[in-house]
Design a protein around this ligand. Structure first.
Ligand code: MEV
Length: 319
């Protein structure tokens, strides 16, 4: 009968997934309108599953289990992502039960907040029967990133939504040409990196020492452009030198850290053509270049021995 059809609405489930990301060149200078190159870390990801419910929305993750409305502050980006994807607070529409599972470490500059948001946004939209265009998805992830980092450039949100390496400048994305496969290792220093604080400290340097700031930012911008050509030419040795130079200039900007220097030095001692801090800095991760997959595996082992609690390989294919 018609009455039987007017019971609880059907339960719908949506799923989402996004990988971690690493910045090859251009962190910090990207905030001032210069280009950056980023790529996915294919071996780590955040996954979310959302199920519609007639009750209030709730979240289950490693950080928090409970009602969305009582989530702690550190879950603010996730809460923002769920609300943005729901698109409404109308309680008559019911809520969603979101389960999040991630092997991306947080506060390490490898895109955890953006990846969790991207996975959540996809899962919740799908559960609500809504299909997002790539730009709509990016916009919702970027809303969540603002809740996490203040005024992010959009690089992280674009990178975790991309399937390969990207060239990012002033909000727009281009694919880049890769002339030879590149093998990379990302190693965690074990020190928390606070992107918001790092970005604010660079802004303070711009005020207090404009000449130092200008010189470092222009140098980082030029190195990013050089790296794009080296990637396209398959010039691994040249790209390594570019990465080493960028690491030094990021240090001048004040976002370096002893643990990062230690790991970058260990990578070079193990034969890496280059190594640099990646992401916000002041902790977080380093990125090292390897010659081939075997060398990448060796670098992972050497960096673990040098004190990295975790290290991952990723790569760029010829494209
Ligand atoms: C953080 O992953 C990258 C920074 O350039 C900040 C940003 O782009 O918003 C440090």
């Amino acid at each position: 009968s018609a009455d039987a059809l007017l019971g609880d609405p059907p339960v719908r489930t949506g799923r989402g997934r996004a990988t971690g990301k690493v910045i090859l060149l251009g962190e910090h200078s990207v905030v001032y309108g210069h280009p950056a190159i980023a790529l996915p870390i294919t071996s780590i990801s955040a996954r979310a599953e959302a199920t519609t419910t007639t009750q209030a929305s709730r979240v289950d993750s490693a950080l928090f289990h409970g009602l969305l409305s009582s989530a702690p502050d550190r879950l603010r980006p996730t809460v923002t992502a769920v609300r943005a994807a729901l698109g409404t607070d109308d309680p008559a529409l019911g809520g969603v039960h979101v389960r999040i599972d991630s092997d991306i470490p947080s506060e390490r500059g490898v895109g955890s907040s953006a990846a969790v948001a991207a996975a959540v946004v996809s899962a919740v939209s799908q559960a609500r029967g809504r299909t997002l265009t790539p730009d709509e998805r990016f916009d919702l992830v970027q809303d969540a990133e603002r809740a996490a980092h203040g005024s992010p450039s959009g690089l992280d949100a674009r990178a975790v939504c991309a399937s390969g390496p990207i060239w990012f400048r002033r909000g727009t994305v281009e694919h880049i040409s890769v002339g030879a496969p590149l093998h990379l290792v990302v190693a965690d220093s074990g020190v928390r990196g606070r992107t918001r604080e790092a970005v604010e400290s660079v802004r303070a340097l711009k005020q207090s020492s404009p000449a130092v700031f200008d010189h470092a930012i222009s140098a980082l911008s030029a190195l990013t452009t050089r790296a794009r050509i080296q990637i396209s030419d398959g010039d691994v040795e040249g790209l390594g030198t570019t990465m080493d130079d960028a690491h030094r200039h990021l240090g001048v900007l004040g976002v370096g850290d002893r643990a990062l220097d230690h790991l970058a030095t260990a990578a070079r001692a193990a034969g890496a053509p280059g190594a640099k801090l990646t992401g916000g800095g002041r902790g977080g991760c380093i990125l090292a270049l390897a010659h081939d997959p075997d060398h990448a595996a060796e670098l992972v082992a050497r960096l673990r021995t040098a004190g990295a609690p975790a290290a991952w390989t990723t790569h760029m294919e010829i494209a």
